[in-house]
Design a protein around this ligand. Sequence first.
Ligand SMILES: Cc1cc2nc3c(=O)[nH]c(=O)nc-3n(C[C@H](O)[C@H](O)[C@H](O)COP(=O)(O)OP(=O)(O)OC[C@H]3O[C@@H](n4cnc5c(N)ncnc54)[C@H](O)[C@@H]3O)c2cc1C
Length: 390
Amino acid sequence: MKSDSYDIIIIGGGIMGSATAYYLMHADNRLNVLVIERDPTYAKASTTLSMTNARIQFSLKQNVQISQYAFDILDTFEEDMTVDGQNPVISYRREGNLFLFDENGQDAARKAFNLQKSLDCPIEWWPTDRIRERFPLYDTNGYAGATFGPFDGHFDAYAVLMAYKKKARALGAQYLDGEATEIENIKGRVERVKLASGDVFTAGAIVNCAGAWASQIAATAGIDLPVDPVKRQIFTLDTTVKPDGPLPLTVLPSGLYFRTETGGHILLGKSMAEDPVGFDFSWDDKRFTETLWFELAEFVPAFDTLKLIRGWAGLYAVNTLDSNAILGNWPEIQGLYLANGFSGHGLQQAPAVGRYLSELITGKNPVLDLSAFHPDRILENRPLSEGGLV
Ligand SMILES: Cc1cc2nc3c(=O)[nH]c(=O)nc-3n(C[C@H](O)[C@H](O)[C@H](O)COP(=O)(O)OP(=O)(O)OC[C@H]3O[C@@H](n4cnc5c(N)ncnc54)[C@H](O)[C@@H]3O)c2cc1C
């Protein structure tokens, strides 16, 4: 049995854990940081099962600012993450995001648009004739317009994760293949993490970056964290009619979303009220053939003939209070930090979150104030409002 001691232990080495490890080591490479990850293949991690989209189209100021920060980071990410002269390739494609609205959604869209404008975001207000002119395959009947973020886009999430991990290790962070089974809470202070192997490690700070499993490990410290694992499904389609160039991530007011993928395929998904809570990774072709196909073909009639190539399921870590991040020190327990509950938009938040947590833990002034996401609001039942959830 090992019983080593660290400055900081991070539970979960997905995008949040690895970005946090990188920013900690970047701030001070004398820190002794351990990341515990039970599945180094990341087969079930949300990071590797996501739609990999980044957008400034949110309605909460801090969420917009977090994405602005991500855009800046991603622009120079390949150079910044160089290790031993090798750069990662993250295939960052700024192909745009198009959010349609109908009459009912017009006021909310205008409010979010005005906020994004006030924060100097590149965002455009499109009437329906502009949508048809740019994307002639789309049938805009029943819609009132769209907002278009020309610099929103997607990237290779696995490559970004591996780059953070590699750079964090190059700076001195240690990764351990193992499962954390308990965060020991002794009279309101955490110092020890127990592993399935029997090892026990101590640390000055412990960070919960366990994604959809966050509430399980939090429960061992006595915390009732309102984060549920919710199954979401994505489908890959080969359409008979190919669009003339890339389609942006297009989001309908119903929540249906799709975009082109390399190889001429379409990726499509929709969060639905009946999506089950639990650790279920099976996908169901009927979800597409019996429901989503009709919705897609109504908006893009040329896509009524297509082949469903494959699908997959991943987990949103849904914060059941308000579907926003839970960030910072848990108020009732000294030494325990949370980066949880990202509810389907966490990938793009990893750079800002990793940096913010590293600043909190090392006692620096945050570059971006994310205190709105403090866990206090969970205990005080003060939900944040974000209208741009997908
Ligand atoms: C279908 C889908 C589409 C999405 N699309 C987008 C998108 O377009 N844009 C976007 O920004 N976000 C998107 N997301 C959300 C995004 O993927 C997540 O918010 C983000 O990846 C969360 O990162 P994480 O590191 O917290 O979690 P994860 O990537 O799940 O990593 C958590 C890690 O913790 C490990 N772990 C858990 N418990 C333990 C333990 N006890 N001991 C050791 N290790 C443990 C797990 O093995 C896992 O590797 C999507 C998610 C899904 C499912």
